[in-house]
Design a protein around this ligand. Structure first.
Ligand SMILES: [Ca+2]
Length: 415
């Protein structure tokens, strides 16, 4: 017995040594020193980046038992950021170079549309601290009668640039009489999306610092009237320190904004750092917590909010990602062409887990209370940055692939 005990003790001891050694080596591995940029960001590997999009079409089986075909509708569009449809089913595409393209139904190539504002962009898309020329394009809800097209863009202002929103009249060939309705202070604004609410007011998102400061534009969802004036029921009209266009605050940077087609509610998709990407249901006057709380890690490794979820006094996200997928364009699918996906949330992804070349599309099935039930990763093998997602007038799903050799994809049912 004594010998058995001694032998057991020796074995347990040896196991502990092995365990300690493996824990030590895991600890050592976790302390990998990776190359850091001058701005303090880990330099990402590019081993699977820059994959040219194959000719297509691409066939997929999907989780809900619905087979789909993904077609390349148009190519040779440098960095498309946003797309929308005119009543005649032609597609308008805004690019980070500050160009507006038109794609006629059935056409294989786009043509440039004159009359949009001068815009500036900087850096390589996907790197930290870049800015984009045109960021969104939307139609006025009464476009059929007033022909108004809205563009969100970065406007050159002598010393630098700032975010601006303007509108012009569509004359069938181009835009006329473009004029701004909203301007950020110099240098401010970041990335933005636009969406008209069901009451005709215009929502816009901003990124940048000062998300908790009601007196600045950074990190907010803003709400203005179509002519740029302030709606008389905005939530902070009686706050002396607040900008009157603030609708909600505590956001890091929303690259997606959508009005729910049935409820009219405002939803946004928001980028965390590495992790902490969110989809939020936007309520007036509400604080969404950035930078105090985030479910993600900051780029060099530590938790953004000290590891504490801590949303007790802040509005929590409805959906979140850890690690980040760099959530972008946001859409609720309401069509009949892809029946298994009716009611689902779709969101574009630019990069998964901080690795370039891992953009894709995500589908989230929610119940009637908008609570998440299932989540599916789509088109991951194409390795493309999906910047915008829109339901077409034909009920198919259209995607803006934001690459230098950018393209428009269309998801249809498989034959
Ligand atoms: Ca949040």
């Amino acid at each position: 017995m004594r010998n058995l005990r001694a032998s057991l003790k020796a074995r347990v001891g040896a196991t502990c040594v092995v365990l300690a050694a493996s824990i030590f080596s895991a600890g050592a591995a976790a302390q990998h020193k990776v190359e850091m940029s001058p701005g303090g960001y880990p330099v990402a590997p590019t081993g699977i980046a820059d994959n040219p999009l194959p000719k297509g079409p691409f066939h997929y089986r999907t989780a809900e038992g619905m087979d789909i075909r993904v077609e390349v509708v148009a190519r040779d569009i440098e960095y498309p950021m946003a797309l929308t449809f005119l009543p005649d089913r032609a597609m308008l595409i805004a690019t980070r170079k500050g160009e507006l393209h038109l794609l006629e139904p059935g056409a294989k190539r786009t043509r440039l549309i004159p009359g949009g504002p001068d815009a500036v962009f900087s850096g390589e898309s996907g790197d930290a601290g870049t800015s984009h020329g045109y960021m969104d394009v939307v139609l006025h809800p009464d476009f059929a009668s007033n022909g108004l097209i809205y563009i969100a863009y970065n406007k050159p202002d002598g010393a630098g640039r700032h975010m601006a929103v303007g509108r012009g009249h569509w004359n069938g060939e181009g835009i006329e009489n473009f004029a701004d309705v909203w301007n950020a202070p110099q240098g401010a604004g970041g990335m933005t999306r636009l969406a008209f609410g069901q009451d005709g007011t215009l929502f816009l998102t901003t990124s940048g610092p000062d998300a908790q400061n009601l007196g600045t534009v950074g990190g907010k969802v803003l709400r203005i009237n179509a002519d740029g004036s302030i709606p008389d029921d905005n939530p902070f009209l009686r706050n002396a320190f607040a900008r009157k266009d603030v609708y909600s605050y505590g956001h890091r940077g929303a690259l997606g904004l959508a009005i729910h087609p049935q409820t009219g509610a405002v939803w946004e998709s928001e980028n965390g750092p590495n992790g902490g990407d969110e989809i939020n249901l936007i309520k007036p006057g509400t604080n969404y917590g950035w930078p105090f709380v985030s479910l993600g890690r900051n780029y060099p490794g530590p938790w953004q909010s000290g590891g504490r979820p801590g949303h007790e006094v802040f509005e929590p996200p409805v959906v979140y990602w850890m690690p980040a997928i760099a959530v972008s364009g946001l859409m609720f699918y309401t069509g009949d062409a892809l029946p298994k996906w009716k009611g689902d949330i779709f969101v574009g992804a630019l990069r998964t887990g901080e690795i370039p070349g891992t953009g894709h599309l995500e589908r989230i099935l929610v119940n009637q209370n908008m609570e998440e039930l299932r989540r599916e990763t789509l088109l991951y093998d194409l390795h493309q940055r999906i910047r915008d997602v829109k339901q077409g007038p034909d009920d198919f799903i259209y995607l803006a692939v934001e690459q230098k050799d950018g393209s428009i994809l269309r998801i249809v049912p498989a034959d």
